[in-house]
Design a protein around this ligand. Structure first.
Ligand code: FES
Length: 181
């Protein structure tokens, strides 16, 4: 399979920094997931070959980390912690609030493909519980109001990107019409 030039450059730069090829597995999986959207069978086979691992070894590592996924998910992966510190500080309420607002349950993705919701174990932010993670960003000391603001910001970001794509498309149309005329 073919990755982008950027991925290949990162991969080539990163692997020699580790004592063995297999040690580069987790960061490589993260880069691949960022690029493809999820860790497909094809990605797993490719990375196993490159890092001298079996596909089963790669899958075992993927299953250990909640931020890695073998299934497509939304643009914003919302992980709400309900482990003990978060639980006693309202983590369950945050999770239920998100589920109601997005209309999906655990591991569900909204029909527009924007959000996937996940209930997760400790994400290492216990001192600032309750906590949640959206992609690589942490959000701490959450309240339902604060969570709403986080979701609104994601929506605004998605709309801004969509607008940019539409502008590029319309510019491309204009240019092609001019060149035809
Ligand atoms: S228990 Fe929620 S971040 Fe640790």
């Amino acid at each position: 399979m073919k990755f982008s030039e950027e991925f290949e450059a990162r991969f080539a730069e990163m692997v020699p920094h580790y004592p063995t090829k297999r040690s580069a597995l987790v960061p490589t999986l993260l880069y691949a997931q960022d690029e493809v959207g999820f860790l497909s069978d094809e990605v797993i086979a490719e990375l196993a070959g490159r890092l001298d691992l079996t596909e089963l070894e790669v899958r075992n590592v993927i299953s250990y980390y909640s931020m890695l996924t073998t299934k497509p998910r939304g643009k914003f992966n919302l992980q709400v912690c309900t482990n003990i510190s978060c639980l006693v500080r309202g983590g369950e309420e945050i999770l239920q609030h998100c589920a109601k607002k997005l209309g999906v349950g655990h591991k569900g993705t909204t029909p527009d493909g924007l959000f996937t919701l996940e209930e997760v174990e400790c994400i290492g932010a216990c001192s600032w519980a309750p906590a949640a993670q959206v992609n690589y960003d942490f959000h701490e000391n959450l309240t339902t109001e604060k969570m709403d603001r986080v979701l609104d910001k994601c929506l605004a970001q998605a709309q801004e990107q969509l607008q940019r794509i539409k502008s590029v498309d319309s510019l491309a149309d204009t240019l092609s019409q001019r060149s035809e005329g």
